[in-house]
Ligand binder design. Sequence first.
Ligand code: RUB
Length: 329
Amino acid sequence: MTMYPQRVLEIASGIREMKIRGAGRIARAAADALRVAALEYSGERDLVAFKKYMVSVGELLISTRPTAVSLPNAVIYVLSSLRSARSFSEARESVVEQAEKFISESEEATKRISQIGARRVKENSTILTHCHSSTAVRVITEAYKQGRVVKVYSTETRPAYQGRITFTYLSRSGVPVVQIPDSAVRYVINEVDYVIVGADTVASNGAVVNKIGTSQVALAAKEARTRVYVVAESYKFSPLTLIGELVTIEYRSPEEVVPREWLEKHPRVKVLNPVFDVTPPEYIDAIITEHGVIPPQAAVLILIEKLGWVLDTLESSEGRLDLNRIVAL
Ligand code: RUB
């Protein structure tokens, strides 16, 4: 059985238990886990053995949560550096370097999005956001600093209440923020100029997978002619959707929705807890990436340009992501 460093196991369970959450943070934590795994590798100093070990760490990380494509994309990005490594030490060094590069480029991307995104917000705007997207919070905070935001509605985001994290971050920066229950979205939507949300996965047709309830918010916004902006770094675009693969929606425990004691008292109650949903491209006005603002229908262009190479490695793995092929094993 493969032994993993303690820190790697902590990161994997942190992602699974949502102590580390949000697509961007999950991706950076995964890159960091690969870096730690490479540095603390104590097996045979052999290139093939090292590649196999790194593939198993990558698989462990990817297995933690199924929906945010930023997670496999970060793993692919870091492990692809092993393709051209000629020796064990070169391989180890390249993983460490590539992981650090991913982390700094991903932080740079959110900064760039905050600058591009803030410019799209007109003066005296009211914004509504759903869940906690660190990229959306950055865009809103930057727009506020530029004097463009008068009010932000932040939904609670049941059942895990990520809206409270959004509220805390925004109010700490002085942004006037009002927490509302998810069910109040349609009640306030006519006051709202922009809905700004993040993404866990952007599909090649421009559909956006984000926290459960996002599609309901987008539907209310469309009816009210309120603009919907999705803010997403390019590593949140899914290469497998280019070949028709569907995005897996995560279901979590009923106890996140209803307290365990209540469920025990009412054993016949059935609970469904899907934690993400799909907003169709027609409900999205623009996707703001670090490469610029695109209509959702242009998602395919970002994908082909930035992540199209992943498809070449899938030829003999029947459309599945096979990390062995990513590392050229
Ligand atoms: C978080 C969520 C966020 C996206 C984008 O879901 O849906 O909107 O991950 O976040 P969960 P970011 O809480 O279940 O992880 O912009 O921070 O990457």
